[in-house]
Ligand binder design. Sequence first.
Ligand SMILES: *Cc1c(COP(=O)(O)O)cnc(C)c1O
Length: 432
Amino acid sequence: MTNKKKKNTKFLPTISCARSLDKADPLAHFRSKYHIPKINGKTCIYLCGNSLGLQPKSTKKHIRQELLDWKELGVEGHFHGKFPWFSYHHFVNKEAAKIVGAKPSEVVIMNSLTVNLHLMMVSFYRPTSKSYKILIEEHAFPSDKYAVASQAEHHGFKAKDAIVEIKARKGEVTLRTEDIIDKIKELGSELALVMIGGVNYYTGQFFDLEAITKAGHRAGAKVGFDLAHAAGNVPLKLHKWGVDFAVWCSYKYLNSGPGGTSGVFVNEKHGNNTKLHRFAGWWGNDEKSRFQMPDKFLAQKGAAGWQISNAQILPMAAHKAALELFAEAGMANLRKKSLLLTAFLEFLIEDINREAGEERYKILTPSEPASRGCQISIVAHRSGKETFNSLTERGIIADWREPDVIRVAPVPMYNSFMDVFAFAAILRQTNS
Ligand SMILES: *Cc1c(COP(=O)(O)O)cnc(C)c1O
């Protein structure tokens, strides 16, 4: 798969190739389990699951169940509902743990993403006058940049001293693992925390999280990842890699609805330490004594000990519905399809360039399959926004980033090879 030429020999830029790939796809039937939006009354080609995943048809049933229990049981639903609200996170953490490669006790579903990132930094960014720097990637998602900067400032440091951005080499777009590792070594004992987006939202680059974790630990730093664009997209082994913490949202690849709930991973080596500094609230208290309202907080073991407020049942019910479909499809099968689907997209874009005899669409995303998920980011050199608008007019929902980047994410759960083909066919006709 590493040889770029060899990789795509199985593809042809034809509709019959797309059709036969769909025919051979063992996950093709999952598409019918999702609502696909319409544009002007016509089913659209949705390639924006990296921004907001589609709604499973089963979501309604799961939310209705909670509305029903609330309607019929009132407060009794905490213990006597079909899925008692008192311990609702137990109905979602096991499947979520499989997706990120963790033990169920290392995962809790709660709050929203940036909030959880802050809560994790409360515990894992404990700077001293000598060790206070945070390493983050260039083009990190703005919310993450604001979060790390405000944490540094909260501890009395100047963000411009404390935050170190790893940049791509001149003339390159993505980061090299060796450069990240060298930067970690260079910062050495000054480095308190490495906090990187597991898959960069802009370029789609999937970083070598294991190598980064090892390097961070060698420098004596904590290592945490924002997996907003990684969870449900790429294979993750957080426990095995020894990552300290991670956070992710549920509304991108995990299809759990706008503003949906978020996931947190706390490595058990920290989770079992109930004395670890944290912001406490009653829901993180030991479940046995939680409703006895003890005066003093007694953290429960595991990631669940970081819960603060009582669980947001409706978004969590939506998450439960979405996770069932991941359990049914299996992450390994999804990844297998994803590799093929994304390679097909890449092949078609390269074919457009080949036909034009010039690089009409520059691909920013790494060509090495192990270094990316399903998203391909392209630069539309000539008239980016016009190209994007004409895609939208023609029934394609993708994603636009200023100044000239189009992000396209064929999601293996519900996108087809025909989706990718139709997108490329329209791209071929525009901007020419
Ligand atoms: C989507 C995304 C966010 C959004 O944060 P919310 O708190 O869910 O609004 C933050 N960081 C990254 C890396 C993202 O991709």
